[in-house]
Write a protein that binds this ligand. Structure first.
Ligand code: ATP
Ligand code: MG
Length: 891
């Protein structure tokens, strides 16, 4: 039996033998495409080639691509774990032809690989072809059917509808018919019991008759008005689910029973002490509902662990927005299942990581290299969600208790949709968990109302995000040339433009034939500037990178878009950004020197005003270390090291130059290397011509962004100058306070010491005063029916009044009733102190008495039976309040 690794290798070998270049997987996390957060298909990384903005050579390529399908167009999240063939993260094996072979070649190769090389049984294979669409005037894909007929009997070729058999990149852009290959993997018993042929079960959601390979024939371009035109270059794009293929090859009936997942599932069993029942075992003896829950939970955890680990390796940490939130939700789903069905009340997933790394670390070195970081991030995220879960469960318990106490004899116990939604929204409690806990307590949940709330939220999100693009208006043919590494001004023409509408905001995007403008990429913000000619000036408010070209954002189109312009970059901003970018490289280098080689860039933001650098490091960077880093960077600035730049270097050669490549970054075949002395990095950004241009470097903060990730924010050049002025001004102002003393520190120190000793003196004066007043009060005491009564009003702090009351109690023998009215800063305070016999023999309670009397000072309070205090608002009521207390004592 072939192992998963052998199957992966055989795919690459087969397509290599068919003259395909074997290329690496692109990162699963996409950083520079606003329309897509995660790679969800093998073709994503070829989008620019398909759109014609990148060189298609080599025209035949193949790879295994890490994909994630948990958001947007492809979202399989809710299926995962419940079925046995959809994953969140999976590997998609793919082969491409960019204007090389088309339908016949693709069909022949797919068949040869599956049947001749892998020896899958052709009787179990079914293929689909597009049935055509009369409304759109697209005929049935007879061509594909004809090529399939070379290999399979007619009753294994099935017509499919637009939904399954017509692929589109988006609302607009490349599209075309596709053919899927399905495998009937039912056991003989299942076939006999169902009485249906495999053909009847294709695309019917049967878990044993599933699609493994989709072959897309891109031949049209869809325009914004919905019409189709022929594509300038036909493209073959194929995608085969690796885990599904392994399952077929290993004769299994569940992806989770293959060697892709079994090692992790074994680890789960070991840690939880629970059993996972495989498909085969289940055939022998049906399983209970409880066991099924355990099975689902183990599949969920095994699957989600991969998705989360690979995302973190690619630089996407769990967070509370966008891609980070998607990852957080996946992780939380796993925690929830482990918590509910596997009895894991403490962090659990991170314990499975070593097994995953052992299994996949060779094929994906990014996983092995960052194991410590991934483990820490997962554990911290688990811990924090488990705390949230506890809090949410407590809230849910309270809500259920309230419902129970409100229901007067009624039996309907239902949690409202709003409450369920609040739990979902604030505590990440999905409906099924809320329902589960409710059910266990005999409650139901108003699901319809929950869905209404959910819908409302989705609508809000959609309205906020809706972007509408018009078609590109082509003014001239051609591709854009970026000249910004060498020029900040350049003569140009507009190649094409389009209008974009976002939340009633309108703007235009322009593509120029030559541009010096740097489009936002790799953390560096885009250039601003103008397009000018004799007739007009158009402001460029931003520049973005899209499909390998710079897109210029303008509020208004030029009056004559076909005219010649001068594209001019705002050089003040550009130079400030460039200095910050170069400083970032020096910072990266210095951090590695000072902290160690584990320092790995995890994020970077560079603008004209500031720079931010995130990196892996497991503890706070000390002040001494920060200072050392600053000194090292400033030293390199003073050396005024000239930029040593290499463009279009083949990737492997760049590695030999010693350039640092980042995990999770997508590099082309040719890269740019930027070196400043010992600092050498892969980088497409704009840099200072020499380090001296940075002027000065100063770190302004160091903090934690997540488990194992630190962030440094720093300033350079003019910003540092401003920073220094503001520090100087503050210092001057402080000096002025102290009469411009020469030895400022000494003077401040003296003031602090004097302040401390004065405070002590005041406290001792106060204590003496309390002593004196207490003595005076005792001397002036009255006696009513054998009870010593002490009463009076004094200016005094509440604490001192309490102190005095206790001193009086200690000084008086026998029965005592003491009432002190005190006031400070115009706030009255009433204190009652009694001897114990007043409570036990006279049945008095100081707490009750103070509450009653405090009404006269417009206040309230309480305390113990023998001592109580109340504060209030009305100082003038103090005497009356004291009389009231004596009256209440009924002496
Ligand atoms: P399905 O209908 O089974 O969800 P699909 O139509 O979404 O598949 P494609 O988008 O055509 O699939 O993707 C190509 C191949 O990738 C599929 O044939 C399948 O083998 C695999 N695949 C798709 N989604 C998943 C998933 N969530 N987990 C594992 N493999 C998948
Ligand atoms: Mg699907």
């Amino acid at each position: 039996m072939m192992t998963a690794k052998e199957i992966r290798d055989s795919f690459k070998q087969f397509f290599e033998s068919k003259q395909h270049a074997i290329v690496p997987s692109a990162p699963m996390v996409i950083k520079d495409d606003p329309t897509l957060m995660f790679t969800n298909a093998g073709m994503n990384q070829w989008k620019d080639i398909i759109l014609g903005t990148r060189d298609p050579e080599p025209r035949r390529r193949a790879d295994t691509q890490k994909c994630l399908r948990v958001s947007g167009k492809h979202n399989d999240l809710e299926e995962v774990g419940h079925d046995t063939y959809h994953h969140t993260m999976f590997e998609m094996l793919g082969n491409w032809s960019f204007g090389d072979y088309f339908k016949e070649g693709a069909i022949d190769m797919a068949w040869e690989y599956l049947v001749d090389v892998l020896k899958l049984n052709p009787e179990d294979l079914y293929v689909t072809v597009f049935e055509g669409s009369p409304e759109e005037n697209i005929p049935r894909d007879d061509e594909a059917a004809k090529y399939w007929a070379k290999h399979v009997p007619a009753d294994h070729i099935i017509n499919g509808n637009k939904h399954d058999n017509f692929w589109e990149m988006g609302d607009t852009g490349p599209c075309g018919p596709c053919s899927e290959i399905h495998v009937d993997s039912r056991t003989p018993e299942q076939r006999a019991a169902s009485g249906k042929s495999g053909r009847e079960l294709v695309n019917q959601d049967d878990p044993q008759v599933i699609e493994i390979w989709n072959i897309v024939f891109m031949q049209f371009n869809r325009k914004a008005d919905g019409s189709l035109e022929p594509l300038s270059m036909n493209v073959i794009d194929t995608g085969m689910g690796f885990e599904r293929l392994v399952r077929m090859m290993q004769g299994k009936h569940s992806n989770y029973d293959t060697d892709v997942f079994q090692p992790v599932i074994k680890a789960e069993q070991q840690i939880t002490g629970l059993k996972y029942v495989t498909f085969e075992e289940e055939q022998e003896a049906p399983i209970t509902k409880e066991q099924d829950d355990i099975n689902v939970a183990m599949r969920v955890c095994a699957d989600h662990l991969r998705a989360v680990s690979f995302s973190i390796a690619d630089g996407q940490l769990p967070g509370n927005a966008k891609a980070g939130y998607v990852i957080r939700r996946i992780l939380r789903r796993a925690v929830r299942y482990a918590y509910t069905f596997l009895g894991q009340k403490e962090a659990f997933l991170y314990k499975l990581l070593p097994t995953l790394v052992e299994e996949m670390g060779d094929a994906f070195p990014e996983l092995k290299a960052q194991q410590t970081l991934i483990g820490r991030v997962i554990k911290e995220e688990e811990d924090s969600f488990l705390r949230t879960l506890d809090k949410g469960i407590a809230l849910l318990d309270k809500a259920m208790a309230e419902i129970s106490s409100n229901e007067k004899g009624e039996t309907r116990k239902e949690l409202s949709g709003e409450q369920a939604f609040r739990l979902f929204d604030t505590y990440g409690f999905p409906l099924d968990l809320t329902e589960l806990i409710c059910r266990e307590n005999g409650f139901t949940v108003d699901e319809a109302a929950f869905n209404v709330e959910m819908q409302k939220q989705k609508e809000r999100a959609r309205n906020a995000a809706a972007v509408e693009n018009s078609d590109w208006t082509e003014l001239a043919a051609g591709e854009q040339q970026f000249v910004g590494y060498d020029y900040t001004e350049y003569t140009c023409h507009i190649l094409r433009y389009r209008k974009v509408t976002q939340k009633k905001n309108e703007y235009y995007e322009l593509v120029l034939d030559y541009t010096p403008f740097y489009g936002e990429m790799g953390g560096q913000v885009g250039d601003r500037g103008v397009l000018v000619n004799e007739a007009e000036t158009v402001e460029i408010i931003d520049a973005k990178r899209e499909n390998n070209q710079t897109v210029h954002i303008v509020k208004q189109l030029p009056k004559d878009p076909t005219a010649e312009f001068m594209a001019c970059v705002d050089t003040d901003q550009r130079n400030a950004s460039a200095a910050n970018h170069t400083a970032t490289h020096l910072l990266d280098y210095a951090l590695k020197q000072v902290l160690g080689d584990h320092v790995e860039q995890k994020g970077s933001f560079v603008s004209p005003d500031t720079l931010r650098f995130d990196f892996s490091h497991f503890e706070k960077v000390s002040d001494e270390q920060l200072r050392e880093v600053e000194r090292m960077v400033n030293d390199m600035i003073r050396q005024d090291i000239h930029i040593d730049e290499h463009r279009d270097v083949p990737f492997d050669e760049a590695k030999k130059l010693g350039a640092i490549a980042l995990f999770g970054e997508k590099y082309g075949d040719k890269v740019r290397v930027v070196r400043f002395g010992p600092s050498c990095e892969f980088c497409g950004g704009i840099h200072a011509t020499s380090t001296g241009r940075i002027g000065f470097f100063k770190i302004i903060s160091e903090s934690s962004v997540a488990a194992g990730i630190r962030r440094i924010e720093a300033r350079t050049g003019k910003e540092c100058e401003e920073l220094m002025y503001s520090i100087e001004d503050t210092l001057k102002a402080i000096k002025a306070f102290f009469n411009n003393a020469k030895d400022l520190q000494g003077v401040i120190q003296k003031y602090v010491e004097e302040h401390d000793s004065m405070k002590k003196e005041i406290e001792s004066f106060q204590a003496q005063a309390v002593e004196r007043f207490a003595k005076k009060f005792v001397e002036k005491a009255r006696t009513i029916n054998g009870v010593t009564v002490i009463a009076g009003v004094l200016p005094m702090a509440p604490a001192a009044a309490k102190d005095m009351a206790f001193k009086i109690r200690a000084a008086v023998e026998g029965s005592l009733l003491c009432v002190i009215g005190s006031h400070e800063h115009n706030k009255p305070q009433l204190s009652i102190m009694m001897s114990d016999d007043m409570v036990s023999n006279h049945g008095l309670n100081a707490g009750q008495m103070v509450r009653e009397a405090a009404k006269l000072i417009q206040g309230g309070g309480g305390g113990q039976p023998h001592f109580a205090q109340a504060g209030g608002k009305n100082v003038d009521g103090l005497s009356a309040a004291i009389d009231k207390v004596i009256e209440l004592a009924k002496l």
